[in-house]
Design a protein around this ligand. Structure first.
Ligand SMILES: [Zn+2]
Length: 391
């Protein structure tokens, strides 16, 4: 790791990787994802997939513990290798782990636990006094690789535990946030504050960790290294923020909180039940993924109730503060028209103006927080109407 790096550098393994953060995206293994996309993938891991990944991680942890207690044994090391490779090949099937370099991760395991490496470890363990300086250096390198080979079990066990704990945390957060009236950035931050400061919830998360006694569960404390990165694409230069991670949880937490700070959040689709990523405060209730039952996206199913034989009710707009204000102004301008305070043209201009403000407030967090109310003041509406109709 240098003080400053180029965008083509970095690590992409499961156990050690870098992620480049820039604006509202994160680049992992040379692919860009919107902030929160990885959190969405975690939330969508099914119960059976999660059970399997926890089971495989538990086996890796057992191997690690056996080796820690009993010391080196060739057969145990070979089982250790099989267990980790089994877990790796299962991980390959899950969308979330496709964000990392599977081939590179696999070749690292193959190399650290190869027959040749085991010969070297045995050589190192049976050498009492190295004679030459050259041999001392060689044995030091082997010792380092030996320690790393043992640690692999713990690393993969943590990948399983971290993914499960994080998914539980994100799902709980989403349930809590979906009950809120607003989808603004400040509401996201407030919900995060409420949930992650809730001792009972944190206790529940800790208890849901199947290896609670020997491992750290969910934590928002992280130990990361940040380096500036220079990215150059077709002569255009950009500075990114590269963060090195050695634990999956640290990355998950960072992706999630960076997403929230950019107004990205998850929502659970009311039709298929999957979580989808929202990057605006727009009140979308259904996802845009193709629904396997109806062969069209859930959003389309909602707009065409005939697809489901009319059983499903269409999305209702609930009364958010933004909508309440719009309704109030809409009433006022209608009264003005009926009392002949507004001509038809003035009424149309006012109606269009407040609808524009309302729509903008639903999709633009900063506008909603700072400008919407001002633009919706009656004097502002009048001024707009005068400007438009005076021409
Ligand atoms: Zn859906």
């Amino acid at each position: 790791m240098k003080f400053i790096e180029n965008s083509n550098e970095g690590y992409h393994l499961y156990n050690r990787f870098s992620a480049d953060f820039s604006d509202d995206t994160v680049r992992l293994n040379n692919r860009n994802y919107p902030l929160g996309a990885v959190s969405k993938m975690a939330a969508n891991i099914s119960k059976s997939e999660m059970d399997e990944i926890l089971k495989l991680g538990g086996k890796a942890l057992n191997c690690y513990q056996t080796i820690s207690v009993l010391g080196y044994n060739r057969n145990v090391f070979l089982i250790h290798k099989d267990v980790i490779l089994d877990m790796l090949s299962y991980m390959k099937k899950l969308e979330i782990f496709q964000c990392f370099d599977y081939e590179e991760s696999k070749s690292l395991i193959d190399d650290l636990l190869s027959e040749e490496s085991l010969d070297q470890y045995e050589d190192f363990l049976s050498t009492e006094k190295p004679l030459t300086e050259e041999r001392v250096i060689e044995l030091k390198k082997i010792k380092k690789r030996y320690a790393y080979a043992i640690e692999l079990g713990l690393i993969y066990a943590y990948i399983g535990i971290d993914t499960a704990n994080f998914a539980t945390a994100v799902q709980n957060f989403t349930v809590m946030f979906m009950e809120k009236a607003s989808r603004q950035k400040s509401e996201l931050a407030k919900t995060a504050f409420e949930l992650f400061n809730d001792e009972l919830f944190m206790f529940f998360l800790e208890q849901s960790n199947p290896a609670v006694k020997s491992m750290w569960g969910f934590s928002v404390k992280s130990m990361n290294t940040v380096v500036p990165v220079i990215d150059e694409v077709n002569g255009e230069y950009k500075i990114l923020r590269r963060v090195y991670f050695s634990r999956m949880m640290d990355f998950f937490v960072m992706d999630f909180f960076e997403a929230l700070s950019h107004g990205h959040y998850l929502w659970q689709c009311g039709i298929c039940g999957k979580y989808f990523l929202m990057t605006t405060a727009h009140r979308q209730l259904y996802c845009e993924e193709k629904n396997p039952q109806y062969d069209v996206p859930c959003k389309y199913v909602d707009k065409h109730p005939e697809i489901t034989n009319g059983k499903k009710e269409s999305q209702k707009k609930s009364d958010t503060p933004i909508r309440i204000l719009w309704k109030k102004r809409d009433n006022t301008i209608r009264q003005r028209k009926s009392r002949h305070k507004y001509s038809d043209a003035e009424f149309e201009a006012a109606k269009e103006y407040i609808m524009d403000c309302y729509e903008q407030a639903q999709t633009n967090f900063d506008y909603a927080a700072e400008q919407y109310e001002k633009d919706m003041e009656l004097t502002a509406i009048d001024e707009y109407v005068r400007r438009i109709t005076d021409v």
